[in-house]
Design a protein around this ligand. Structure first.
Ligand code: FES
Length: 195
């Protein structure tokens, strides 16, 4: 336990200990500074466990997933949901939208991926992506009824004019990558588990 010495007030005209050449002054100053520093470290140490309790562990975060009922989404329709605080688009493509996506040569694409690469086997009609533009993170239009879908019939980000096609692949504008496909699986024919 550190002992903190107190400094006696000087009488008028009396030289300070430093002025008198007392080497103990520097030692006392050090002890005072050290006592304050220990108090600071102690406060941080006391708060740290509280912060660690408040924040979910990486394991818990990694396990967080949502289940979404897709039974009411008709061909050509989509919904916007939220997963880990990010918008997620779930869309059922029409046969024409699937055909349009499959007609594109991969060599034409900035971020070459086929529709099959971006959907589950036998479920090419279900396109599930994050609703986050890969340019600077705006939420593109096109999932809601009546929203503009851009020049390629998928999604359009009005922030800086990025156009995504029916497979949500970047086709025009500044975004560098396709809309990201999150980890997901079909829990059943009508329920999707994301995460
Ligand atoms: S954030 Fe979408 S185009 Fe810039």
């Amino acid at each position: 336990m550190a002992t903190v010495e107190t400094t006696q007030p000087l009488m008028p005209g009396e030289p300070s200990a430093a002025e008198a050449g007392d080497p103990g002054v520097r030692r006392r100053d050090f002890i005072n500074i050290a006592a304050v520093s220990f108090a600071g470290v102690g406060a941080v140490t006391a708060i740290a466990p509280l912060l660690m309790q408040a924040a979910p562990s990486a394991d818990v975060r990694a396990l967080s997933s949502i289940e979404v009922d897709i039974s009411k989404i008709m061909p050509g329709q989509g919904i916007k949901t939220s997963w880990r605080k990010q918008p997620v688009f779930i869309k059922q493509l029409t046969p024409a939208e699937i055909q349009a996506a499959n007609a594109v040569q991969l060599s034409e694409l900035r971020d070459p991926q086929s529709l099959a690469d971006r959907t589950k086997p036998g479920k090419a009609q279900w396109l599930i992506t994050l609703g986050v533009c890969t340019h600077l993170g705006c939420v593109p239009l096109g999932i809601g009824e009546g929203e503009t879908k851009g020049d390629f019939g998928g999604y359009f980000c009005p922030c800086h004019g990025s156009h995504y096609d029916t497979a949500a692949r970047i086709r025009k504008g500044p975004a560098p990558l396709n809309l990201h496909v999150p980890d997901y699986e079909f829990a059943s024919d009508t329920v999707v588990r994301i995460g």
